[in-house]
Design a binder for this molecule. Sequence first.
Ligand SMILES: [Zn+2]
Length: 286
Amino acid sequence: MRVRNLKGILFSICLLVSSVLSSTYAAAQELSSQDDPAVQRVAPFQVFDNLYYVGAKWVSAWVLETDQGLIVFDSLYGELTDIVIDGIRELGMDPNDIRYLIVTHAHYDHIGGARRMQQEFGAVVLMTEEDWQMTEEPAIYQEYDKPVRHLTVTDNGTLNLGRTSLRFFKTPGHTPGVLSTRFTVYDDGYPYNAFMFGGVGLNFSGVERTEMYINSVKRLQGMPDIDVNIPNHEGSGEVFERYELLKDRRDGEPHPFVDPERYTAWLDQLLVAAEDKLKEEQAAAQ
Ligand SMILES: [Zn+2]
């Protein structure tokens, strides 16, 4: 009798669990909050004379304005790409002026809108060879329209547009061909060295890849004179917090995005986390 009751209870629990699972599945069929532009939309804003935020809440996109057109960093994906395009318009610029799209790495959240930017605005897409190759393989997390192969960036390569010059660095680890960029931003005409580390997360596996990542971080640590961290996920650089400070900034106060100490400390944190990961990867490979 008791056993039968227990079976009944277990059966009810199973039903409950399966109904919870199926409702979770149904929710997954709809847009997740990450993918939903209504949840993700952020009003675009200017950060430096020549740099604007046009990204979403969880993943970033930036516009660098030059005298010869616009350079966009990362395209977002799916309906979130509208946030980039609408943002450019809201800031008084024209998406038809996008000359280049720099894709920091070939994960869907950065590359997903690249094909659309090629088709609608004639943007020339730049990526490393390793990450172009990723577009020929099945996508890892989420499918996206594959961009047509345009320009391949090499380590230490440059891009010039008008009077603006960017320098590229291959900083692999997060993907095999993470693309990082150094460029100049201006605060009321005063220049600062900005850097975008193109792939920060440790969501990859293997000893070799982890060693690549560590070498990349060490390389960035050896790069002097970086004043400004421009991240491709806002959380990696406290973009929204800094923007709140920027809005309230008074004349003569320092620009809240100019924070070389925090950038250096952040790189140190990335290295510690990556070295922990390396130990785990080495233990797992035994
Ligand atoms: Zn990624």
